[in-house]
Design a protein around this ligand. Structure first.
Ligand code: HEC
Length: 152
């Protein structure tokens, strides 16, 4: 799963630096973005699953939290103009991401702040610090989804 995440991230980086003039490329950008989020969802699930166990695997929590914190930095490149619903490609990204760019940037920033704290808490290995920070991070996922992602 770790290798999968790295692969998706690498593919995303290549796609996003290569395709500024979107057009046909929009579908690729969207697909890469969705893969990035899928990996992020899987990493977040790994953490939650571990925390439900009697003896959580700190190593798994740590690597997943690190992946999420890294995504929090790369996500800023995932939304080039033209990669929204107007592209005609299948995407759950709402047009508001671009029409309310300041609001969306604030949602990205809120997520980044909490994801970084999650990475730090996981690095410390202290479950008492990790648990509440998973909740705080999850709130910023939902906060963005509620406003900027089409409900599926
Ligand atoms: C700043 C906004 C934002 C934040 C923060 C955010 N997401 Fe998302 N997420 C989106 C958008 C927009 C999409 C739809 C992407 C598309 O379809 O093009 C999405 C899609 C997804 C998907 C579906 C991917 C697929 O298969 O198509 C998952 C899973 C997901 N996000 C999980 C998460 C998790 C977990 C977090 C927090 C750890 C998170 N997201 C934080 C905006 C956000």
């Amino acid at each position: 799963m770790k290798a999968g995440w790295v692969g998706a991230a690498a593919a995303l980086a290549v796609t996003l630096t290569a395709g500024v003039a979107l057009g046909q490329g929009a579908a690729d950008v969207i697909k890469a973005r969705q893969q990035g989020y899928k990996a992020q969802g899987a990493a977040f699930k790994t953490i939650n699953d571990e925390l439900k166990k009697k003896d959580p695997n700190i190593g798994a929590i740590r690597s997943s939290a690190k992946a999420i914190a890294e995504t929090a930095t790369t996500q800023y490149r995932w939304f080039p103009r033209g990669s929204g619903p107007e592209s005609g490609a299948k995407t759950a990204a709402k047009a508001e991401i671009w029409t309310d760019a300041a609001g969306f940037a604030a949602a990205q920033k809120a997520f980044q702040a909490e994801a970084q704290k999650l990475g730090q808490a996981a690095a410390s290995g202290d479950l008492k610090a990790i648990r509440p920070q998973v909740g705080a991070t999850g709130k910023t996922c939902a906060g963005c989804h509620n406003k900027y992602r089409v409900k599926t």
